[in-house]
Design a protein around this ligand. Structure first.
Ligand SMILES: [Ca+2]
Ligand SMILES: [Ca+2]
Length: 100
């Protein structure tokens, strides 16, 4: 876990040049987690909220080139949240199933 705490303002270290962030319950524990599009590192980061404490563990997944936005949804209807990623330089969308 990488978590710099200063009062109530916390900064998570994630991939390079994050440009978009979305919130959803990625691990189905009823607490909101985050997903970021990291343009510079061609990744998404998935900070998982530890039991709703506001402290996060961060997982990373590869995407296409220059991810610019993320949209969360259950695209394969298995009850688990997935991530669609718009890859600006590839003209593609990555679908990352069960991204956590
Ligand atoms: Ca969660
Ligand atoms: Ca799913």
């Amino acid at each position: 876990m990488q978590d710099d705490t200063a009062g109530d303002n916390r900064a998570l270290t994630i991939g390079s040049n994050p440009i978009a962030v979305a919130a959803g319950d990625m691990d189905l524990d009823s607490h909101l987690d985050l997903v970021t599009a990291n343009r510079g590192s061609a990744t998404i980061s998935v900070p998982i909220n530890l039991a709703g404490t506001g402290f996060f563990t961060v997982d990373t997944q590869d995407t296409g080139n220059a991810p610019m936005d993320v949209v969360l949804g259950d695209y394969n209807a298995d009850g688990k949240m997935d991530v669609a990623v718009a890859n600006f330089k590839d003209n593609t969308v990555s679908i990352i199933l069960n991204a956590q």
